[in-house]
Write a protein that binds this ligand. Structure first.
Ligand SMILES: O=C(O)CCC(=O)N[C@@H](CCC(=O)O)C(=O)O
Ligand SMILES: [Zn+2]
Length: 347
């Protein structure tokens, strides 16, 4: 059944359904918002809100880059419905992205390839074709069109995810490798106010969506993990309320700044090892139920793959995103250690 018209006569109140009905292509169209702004559909799962008088932030908000990570999708859908209905005025330019509608339809993380490993041009390398490669190329183009439309404003990108395993620290953000740019106190405060008080400092360039926006457009960009993966309809919205309220305020109140948070209120880790799966022989030496941020002492054998073995090298290392089922050549886990943000690297 096509759900192309909602109760207000707008096709946008049910934009997610519309995108899932047309998971690979949706002809562009636009509508006027109750507050006079314009809402432009650029692609399936992608729409841009142009306020009548935009304030000074350009915000990309993405979710569903992995199709089964439903809580952020539901959160973004609630925000969009509130904007379309006129309950939430959108004063900042906003690019809202539902990343992989086809994977959402099947309730899977990915169809053929991990979309979040295909940015910064990775979709064009390796001589392969896949639906996710096509989508990554298109999403890059949409983000470029959005950010390049104006200069001299603050650029933000929050790429919302949920994790496969439970996490000892439920909500955490990955701060992409900085390229010499300082870490932003204001962004750390925004995230902490949104319930994300644990930060992982990435150790190098990657092909993730958040790194793409940070590196190519100088955006304050983050991969934000909001909890554990659950099927559609089974998320408890109260667990995401702090992030939802913070995003609502960010887009509706141009004068707002998140309350400053003392740095000692934020838990910080740095990546010390990346475990890359080499072959089908790869296996971990810890149980499947191990939660993110579980710590292991020095010398612990973590994983092996043919002749290669990975051990804990620092006095204590914690594991993030362990997944033995990733494709060969992909990250099977990150190992992290607690650290502090050097004041000299903060702005
Ligand atoms: O729980 C897991 O194993 C994966 C959760 C997830 O999708 N995480 C992102 C992190 C991206 C980053 O490192 O910035 C991913 O793996 O793509
Ligand atoms: Zn994800």
């Amino acid at each position: 059944m096509l759900l192309e018209v909602n109760v207000n006569g707008s096709r946008l109140g049910d934009f997610l359904s519309l995108s899932r009905e047309h998971p690979w292509e949706l002809a562009p169209f636009s509508e006027t918002l109750p507050d006079g702004g314009e809402i432009q559909v650029w692609d399936t799962g992608v729409l841009c809100i142009e306020p009548a008088s935009p304030a000074d932030k350009d915000i990309v908000l993405s979710c569903g880059i992995h199709g089964n990570e439903t809580a952020p999708i539901e959160l973004c859908e609630r925000l969009l419905r509130a904007i379309v209905a006129g309950r939430l005025p959108c004063r900042q330019r906003l690019l809202l992205i539902f990343g992989n509608p086809a994977a959402m339809n099947l309730g899977v993380r990915e169809l053929e390839e991990n979309l979040n490993r295909l940015f910064s041009g990775a979709h064009a390398r390796g001589g392969r074709h896949s639906r996710e490669r096509e989508r990554a190329a298109r999403l890059e183009g949409h983000v470029a069109r959005f950010f390049e439309a104006r200069q001299g404003v603050e650029r933000l990108h929050y790429d919302l995810h949920t994790a496969i395993r439970p996490s000892a620290f439920e909500k955490f953000a990955i701060y992409p490798f900085p390229h010499g740019a300082p870490y932003s106190r204001q962004q750390l405060s925004f995230l902490a106010g949104a319930g994300v008080d644990t930060i992982l400092l990435a150790h190098g360039p990657t092909t993730t969506f958040s790194y793409f926006s940070a590196h190519r457009f100088g955006a304050h960009a983050f991969t934000v993990e909001l909890g554990k993966v659950m099927p559609f309809g089974q998320n408890d919205a109260r667990r995401f309320a702090a992030m939802e309220r913070s995003l609502e305020t960010l887009i509706s109140d141009p004068g707002w700044q998140a309350a400053a948070v003392a740095l000692d209120q934020i838990r910080v880790f740095r990546v010390c090892q990346e475990i890359i799966k080499q072959s089908d022989d790869f296996r971990f030496h810890f149980a499947d139920e191990v939660a993110n941020f579980t710590a292991f002492p020095a010398g612990t054998l973590l994983a092996e793959d043919g002749g290669q073995r990975w051990f804990v090298q620092e006095p204590e290392e914690a594991v993030i995103f362990p997944n033995a089922r990733v494709a060969n050549g992909h990250r099977a886990a990150l190992m992290v250690v607690a650290t502090e943000l050097p004041p000299a690297q903060l702005s």
